[in-house]
Design a protein. Structure first.
Length: 95
């Protein structure tokens, strides 16, 4: 997990792995909760209020929201219950 994001560093090289962004805010109580759900999953922690351009790019409307980018395929999981389901399914799949 990385707490650092440079909004000016867009990488154009295709990554063989998924990139996961967890969009949070400082005042979001459920954001702390979902970090526990994702403890065995690599992701980048993004403060949606500080990284407005990235939040707009993925049309983030609420926190927490997990965005999973796999090439051109982008999936969003908004709210704690959906992120928990994603984490449970990922654990079962061995991702």
């Amino acid at each position: 997990m990385s707490d650092i994001f440079d909004e000016h560093s867009e990488v154009s090289v295709k990554s063989p792995e998924q990139i996961k962004y967890l969009f949070t805010t400082k005042t979001c109580p459920n954001c702390k909760l979902v970090k526990g759900y994702l403890k065995n999953i690599d992701y980048m922690l993004i403060d949606a209020e500080e990284n407005i351009e990235l939040a707009q790019k993925y049309k983030i409307r609420q926190a927490p929201t997990l965005v999973v980018v796999d090439g051109d395929d982008v999936k969003k999981y908004a709210n704690a219950s959906n992120i928990k389901k994603y984490a449970e399914q990922s654990a079962l799949a061995g991702v």
